[in-house]
Design a protein around this ligand. Structure first.
Ligand SMILES: [Zn+2]
Length: 438
């Protein structure tokens, strides 16, 4: 990347994710669509037929609120759905049911392991659109995805580097999986990102002044792709600004082949969507006891586990490994081993660095640790034992010099016998070879 002394990055993220629910957002269609044949999970509501009435899915509402609580958002006691108008083949109604003025959740902060604090703007719930499939000159539409419950997380333009943005994306995956409210598999399109990118001068940063434009990169479906796309867009904006030109506010897509972003369409302003309250769905209100009850359901989250492991003396990489949702089995193993008197640090280091230890039962694990703790690894002590044995077997050295390399193994066997198997074989073998070669 170019020398960025003159400009600083301003980056905000919009993250869309599918919730794991039994049925779709506003109809009773089965939401398990990922392996299904096209247009098999559809009804008049999610096909957008005239006169079909939407009924909100309370499971989806609750799961979006749980996510908001986990991210420290305020849960709005009053919330409602709005219509967001735009025309596209995958949206036959001509509008998407989303949330505008009164989202389910507002504000919130997420502290990353790097120490950086992500400031959220809102979390709201909406319906996903159908999927367009382009075949030659034809476009086909699959409505299975239409009406899937979709959560949108909007951050403030708080990111100053790509690394924190990627860490935040991964944090979302970890939290959603820990809460068991979604699968967030990016390959299945269950988690998609959009990045809003602009550059400003250090002086603007000091005044906390945001640039007058932002460029939105849409349809980011992997973190690697996001990194590449954001870097390419920084380069492009940097070269325009350093020539004294201005950057247009627009949507751009990233072409992985050319490694460049390309213009798609001018970005709509909120007023272009002509939002208004969805007349077919009554406003929602949530009382205190409902919200308190949701709060009590939040389990220990990965970043809280991470902090706990650091306090237990684990190195940052070990703490990170142990707090991954997918590694919760190892976390249980770790807690069982610690209760048998092995230090957390020793146990974690073995789990993280020696995969074979992950397969052990806690009992086997502890036995292996105890065994290695009793080993004689001290070089001086081993040297004393080895010299004694070599003195008793003077021909061994001569055999070695005559090319019989297995005489090392012979002496090692004697060492193991004398120490009842406690000598560390690797260190002993090294010492014997050194003595022979001397
Ligand atoms: Zn349906």
């Amino acid at each position: 990347m170019k020398n960025m002394d003159e400009y600083r990055l301003v980056l905000g993220l919009e993250i869309h994710l599918h919730l794991r629910t039994k049925t779709k957002m506003f109809c009773r269609c089965d939401a398990d669509i990922y392996e299904a044949d096209p247009n098999t999970h559809v009804c008049p509501t999610c096909l957008g037929l005239p006169g079909a009435l939407p009924v909100p899915n309370s499971e989806a509402v609750m799961k979006a609120q749980i996510l908001g609580i986990a991210f420290g958002c305020k849960i709005n006691p009053d919330s409602r759905f709005d219509r967001k108008h735009y025309s596209y083949p995958d949206l036959p109604k001509g509008y998407q049911i989303s949330q505008y003025k009164l989202p389910l959740c507002e504000g919130g902060t997420v502290k990353l392991n790097s120490g950086f604090e992500v400031v959220l703007e809102r979390i709201h719930l909406e319906e996903d659109t159908a999927k367009s499939i382009h075949e030659g000159s034809k476009t086909l539409v699959d409505f299975n995805k239409s009406g899937m419950p979709l959560v949108e997380i909007v951050t403030t333009p708080c990111f100053r580097n790509i690394e924190d943005a990627v860490e935040f994306g991964k944090r979302i995956q970890e939290v959603v999986r820990t809460l068991e409210i979604g699968d967030v598999d990016m390959e299945k399109g269950q988690l998609r990102l959009e990045a809003n990118i602009s550059l400003r001068t250090p002086e603007m940063e000091e005044r906390n002044e945001l640039p007058k434009y932002k460029v939105e990169i849409k349809n980011i479906n992997s973190f690697r792709f996001m990194e590449k796309a954001v870097r390419a867009e920084i380069e492009r904006q940097y070269s325009l600004l350093s020539k004294g030109e201005s950057v247009q506010q627009e949507n751009r897509g990233f072409n992985e082949v050319t490694g460049k972003t390309v213009s798609q369409r001018n970005k709509e302003q909120a007023e272009d969507y002509r939002y208004f309250p969805e007349p077919d769905i009554p406003p929602m209100s949530f009382d205190k006891s409902y919200i308190e009850n949701l709060k009590s359901k939040i389990p220990v989250l990965p970043h809280e586990k991470y902090q706990k492991y650091l306090e237990m003396g684990l190195a940052p990489n070990e703490a990170e490994f142990m707090s991954y949702y997918n590694n919760s089995g190892y976390a249980i193993l770790l807690s069982e081993i610690i209760s048998s008197g092995v230090s957390a640090k020793t146990a974690a280091a073995l789990i993280v660095n020696k995969p074979e230890f992950r397969e052990y039962t806690p009992k086997e694990f502890v036995a292996k640790v105890k065994e290695s703790e009793n080993k004689i690894t001290d070089k001086d002590e081993l040297m004393k034992i080895i010299s004694g044995i070599i003195q008793k077997n003077p021909t061994a050295v001569q055999d070695f010099k005559n090319g019989k390399s297995n005489s090392v193994e012979f002496i090692l066997g004697q060492v193991m016998r004398e120490t009842k198997g406690k000598a560390d074989p690797q260190t002993s073998r090294k010492i014997i070879t050194e003595v022979f070669q001397a």
